[in-house]
Design a protein around this ligand. Structure first.
Ligand code: ADP
Ligand code: MG
Length: 251
């Protein structure tokens, strides 16, 4: 059996107005690609923040390779962050606007105390995401949203993680370059044998990138299973509505 990387049990997060994540169990095995789908406000980002140890659950726990994650535990989190990296919706969110791109990509390498020539590593990962070495000397505002997401991906893969977590990474990218960024993401995951946890509104993309899917509604996991099955023959009416609400290309 492949190793279970993430295991969430009874994961619950309450805000003043609502229970954003409500008693969710989840397991992600090494090498798997898990899609998380659900309407806006269903708790997907809150779930990811807890998986990333950016936020603590009110009850329940997240274990990564058997170790319980605690948002304040800096020592253990360094090891964790080397293995688990993320890309978010806002293409510029992970880049400091005042820093060169190269500095933003190298920063986690320094924080994580990784050996080696960081400048060389920056050039390497820029090439991996289809960007020229001179991009390292420029600033985020000089690039489009799609290019910024490439840079964010370069930053995420630079420490050599095992797991990539994406929270709607192309929702804010111009529609004309979305497919290219997704293709890049898919290629990086394949070539590096990354474990993927991927939140998206685009069910077609989830079916393409993910083996399994969890359907979220009002903080709860209401349906799960192989993506090809769940997204074509859902058992829950809610999933059926999500599937049916996807606009189809006119023929
Ligand atoms: P999704 O990513 O599926 O759109 P979120 O996890 O962002 O959903 O939000 C789930 C629910 O939790 C929503 O009702 C949202 O308003 C609420 N929520 C999320 N983050 C916070 C926060 N920091 N403070 C208060 N409420 C929040
Ligand atoms: Mg969200």
């Amino acid at each position: 059996m492949t190793e279970v990387l993430f295991e969430a049990t009874g994961l619950t997060r309450r805000y003043r107005q609502c229970t954003a994540v409500d008693d969710v169990d989840l397991a992600v095995r090494a090498g798997a690609a898990l899609g998380i789908v659900g309407e806006s406000g269903s708790g997907k980002s809150t779930l990811l923040r807890m998986l990333l140890a950016l936020e603590e659950p009110d009850s329940g726990a997240v274990r990564y390779r058997g170790h319980e994650l605690r948002a304040g535990d800096a020592g253990k989190l360094r090891w964790f962050r080397r293995e688990v990296q993320a890309v978010f919706q806002d293409p510029r969110g992970s880049l400091n606007p005042r820093w060169t791109v190269g500095r933003s990509i190298a920063e986690p390498l320094g924080c994580l105390g990784l050996d080696g020539d960081h400048a060389e590593r920056v050039t390497e990962v820029l090439a991996d995401v289809g960007l020229e070495p001179d991009v390292a000397d420029r600033h985020p505002h000089e690039f489009s949203g799609g290019q910024c997401q490439r840079i964010a991906l370069a930053r995420a893969i630079a420490p050599g993680p095992r797991v990539l977590i994406g929270d709607e990474p192309v929702s804010a990218v111009d529609i004309s370059t979305r497919a290219q960024v997704l293709e890049l993401l898919g290629r990086l995951v394949r070539e590096r044998e990354l474990t993927l946890i991927f939140v998206s509104h685009d069910l077609g993309v989830v079916r393409h990138l993910c083996d399994d899917v969890v359907i979220f509604r009002a903080g709860r996991a209401v349906e799960r299973g192989p993506a090809a099955e769940v997204l074509t023959t859902p058992s829950q009416p809610y999933t059926r509505r999500l599937v049916d609400s996807v606009p189809r290309m006119p023929v």
